[in-house]
Ligand binder design. Sequence first.
Ligand code: UN1
Length: 498
Amino acid sequence: MERIRNYIRGAWVDSQSGETFPSINPAYTEETIGIVSKSGREDVDAAVQAAREAYQGWRLTPAPRRGEILFRVAELLFRNKESLARLETREMGKILPEALGDVQEGVDMGFYMAGEGRRLAGETVPSELPDKDMKSVRVPVGVFGLITPWNFPIAIPAWKIFPALICGNTVVFKPSSETSVCAAKFVELFEQAGLPKGVLNLVHGPGGDVGEYLVSHPGVNAISFTGSLDVGKRLGQICGSIQRPIDTEMGGKNIIIVMDDADLDLAIEGAIWGGFGTSGQRCTAASRIGVHKKVYDTFVDKFQTAASRLRLGDGLRKETDVGPVVNESQFNKVLRYIGVGKEEGAKLILGGKARQEGDTSKGYFIEPTIFTEVVPKMRIAQEEIFGPVVSVIRTNDLSEAIRIANGTPYGLSAAIYTRDVNTSAVAERDLEFGIVYVNAATIGAEIHLPFGGVKHSGYGRKEAGGRGGALDTYSHVKVIYRDFSGRLQKAQIDKETS
Ligand code: UN1
């Protein structure tokens, strides 16, 4: 059984306590993927110390040189795509084509950020005074603590690690315990690419203990977190009390709006992949579908038929469409929510239970589940379930659909299916979400525009790329005024007092 260790100061080390925990295949819970070091505070201390010491050297390494190392990581990631994707499927359950997509997103982010090493631009503008120049430059923030979830084991760490490093920060990376093996394999590639020791450090262990300690550690300068709303809120409180910048991405209650003029087959395909892709375990999953009353019955009928054809099983098998959910606590949570939906009076038209027979007898499998006649105030229409459960809501017109869409605490991703450009324009303007799709599902964001939500879906700046995205999160802007006349202080004072 492979031993998965922490990576601190360029060395793979056991946690100081020597304790471990297993990483389990959610499709076959008898299969252990790796035995992982369970870290404590002393391991976080060592990792932060290593990152602090490596910071001066890395900060002063020219950004294009930093980019060359990241370019090599992206190449290695591409070369290892198949094996990493297979590992990902075994470690967290998503089907192989989706796992390949996840790794590819990491590759794309790597190449993109490597190029940013030559483009870390600031501004130069003319001064009001002669013989003076002024500019802004991007500077690193320091040591970044990065906390990542299990649903995109390579892509989300890549969204954070690549921009953090290209900007000149050093990193302590705390991945979800569910995907420790993927995280370690990813970090190995940075080592192979020649990243200097201590620039990227990896600490495995429970979020409650290791993650929170990292967030409040005096040697850390800033935090980026993707995960649940509850944890994000708590980390936000900690950071607020110690004046530490934190960027959070905390999920959603995303919606697909289907208008009466929509291409229904296209909308159904979107609802299937938005709702049940990754077993509904995406922050961007379409867990609500708001369907116009004129096409409601036809939509429901076709949606049920299409979803009933989805094949549940081990994600490594070619024929599988939907894999297991990630672990026992998610399994129980999703089943609890299905119970809540029934109690609230929604109509269960598909699924609604675990499937534990034959090939699926040893894993956390839940049938694709559809509730109809859902009303917006029901908990299943308000709270993030993070499983293969979709709520269909009847709508009367566009403005009601938008009101329903906006009527939850979240605001990550929304979609509208319509053929009318004016309807689309109104939806683009009025949906209170970080991301809006037209005639496409709520999933599938690309890495070179910012990723993130509004309201309770997240705060701080944004993930991934684009202007106002990753580079703003992972760098500070420093403004420099230079007087090369030797006479300007007086002129400035005169200006202020005139
Ligand atoms: C997430 O679930 O946190 O847009 C990220 C998408 C993916 C990323 C999802 N590219 O669905």
